[in-house]
Ligand binder design. Structure first.
Ligand code: HXC
Length: 258
C-alpha cells in the first residue's frame, strides 16, 4: 500500500510507522489519521509482526490536529463525521503492543495520540502539552481523560487549563513516559524494545497488555479478578508449558505462539 503522509517499514518483527508531514510538524490531518489506521490494520493482520513503533521526526512527533483543516468546521460537520477522533482510537484499539517514540513536540492531538500507545519512550528533546484552550477548544481525542490517569489531576489540570508544555524530564517524573533516551538513539532504542517484546509469546503478550489496560477502566477488585482469569488462561497455552520447561531445562524457549 502506498502512503503520502506516513512512512511504513518493517524492522524484523517490528512494524515501524513514521508520521511524515515535516512542513506541518506532522499535524494530524484526516488523511494522515486514515493512513495511520490502514497501516495499523496491515500490521495487525501480519502474523510476522509482533510489535509496532509509531514515531515522528526529530522536530515533532506531531504538533496536534491540523488546525488549518479544522478551523472552518461547523458543529454539524464535526458531529456528523464524528470528527476524526473516533478514527484516532484505532491506535488505542490495536491488540498488538505499541510504542510511541516521541522526539520534539507532542502537542494537542499529538500528545493524545502518543498516550494511545501502550507506552511512550521519550527523546531528551520531547515536549508534551495540551494547548487546545489557547486556540479556543479543548482536547478531543482523550487528552482530558488519559492525561489525568497518567499524571494525576493537579498536573493534568494545569496543563489542560494553561497549555503549558512539559519537557522530557518533567514527563518522566510525572509518569507520562516510561523513560528518556538520547534523541539520536530514540528510534533504534524503540525498535530494540519492540523487538524484545516481539520475541516473546504473542498470545501471552496480548493477555498481559489486555490485563494492564483493564486497570484504566475498572475498579481494583474487578481488575484483580480479570487478571486472575487471564493468568489462569495462560496455563491453557502451549507457550506456558514451553516457557516453564525451558526455564527448568536451562535453555531458551521456542515459542509457538499458541
Ligand atoms: C496545522 C501546524 C500545526 C497544527 C504547526 N503547524 N502546528 N499546522 N496544525 N497543529 C505548521 C505551522 O503553521 C507552520 O506552517 C509549520 O507547521 C511550522 O510551525 P511554526 O509555528 O512555524 O514552528 P515553531 O515556531 O517552531 O512553533 C512550533 C509550535 C507551533 C510551538 C509547535 O507550531 C504551534 O504552537 N503549533 C500548534 C500547536 C497546537 O496548538 N496544537 C493543538 C492543536 S488542536 P507554515 O505553513 O506557516 O510554515 C488539537 C486538538 C485535538 O490538537 C483534538 C482532537 C481532534
Amino acid at each position: 500500500m502506498s502512503y503520502e503522509t506516513i512512512l511504513v517499514e518493517t524492522r524484523g518483527p517490528v512494524g515501524l510507522i513514521t508520521l511524515n508531514r515535516p512542513k506541518a510538524l506532522n499535524a494530524l490531518c484526516d488523511q494522515l489519521v486514515t493512513e495511520l489506521g490502514r497501516a495499523l490494520d496491515d500490521f495487525e493482520a501480519d502474523s510476522a509482526i509482533g510489535a509496532i513503533v509509531v514515531t515522528g521526526s526529530e522536530r515533532a512527533f506531531a504538533a496536534g490536529a491540523d488546525i488549518k483543516e479544522m478551523a472552518g468546521f461547523s458543529y454539524m460537520d464535526v458531529y456528523n463525521s464524528n470528527f476524526i477522533t473516533a478514527k484516532w482510537e484505532r491506535l488505542a484499539k490495536c491488540r498488538k503492543p505499541t510504542i510511541a517514540a516521541v522526539a520534539g513536540f507532542a502537542l494537542g492531538g499529538g500528545c493524545e495520540l502518543a498516550m494511545m500507545a501502550d507506552f511512550i519512550l521519550a527523546a531528551d528533546t520531547a515536549k508534551f502539552g495540551q494547548p487546545e484552550v489557547t486556540i479556543g477548544t479543548i482536547p478531543g481525542a482523550g487528552g482530558t481523560q488519559r492525561l489525568t490517569r497518567f499524571v494525576g489531576k493537579s498536573k493534568a489540570m494545569e496543563m489542560v487549563l494553561t497549555g503549558r508544555m512539559i519537557d522530557a524530564a518533567e514527563a518522566e517524573r510525572c509518569g507520562l513516559v516510561s523513560r528518556i533516551v538520547p534523541a539520536a538513539e530514540l528510534v533504534e532504542e524503540a525498535v530494540k524494545v519492540a523487538t524484545k517484546i516481539a520475541s516473546l509469546s504473542q498470545p501471552v503478550i496480548a493477555m498481559a497488555k489486555e490485563a494492564v489496560n483493564v486497570a484504566y477502566e475498572s475498579t481494583l477488585a474487578e481488575g484483580i479478578r480479570f487478571e486472575r482469569r487471564l493468568f489462569h488462561s495462560t496455563f491453557a497455552t502451549e507457550d506456558q508449558k514451553e516457557g516453564m520447561a525451558a526455564f527448568a531445562e536451562k535453555r531458551q524457549p521456542g515459542w509457538k505462539n499458541r
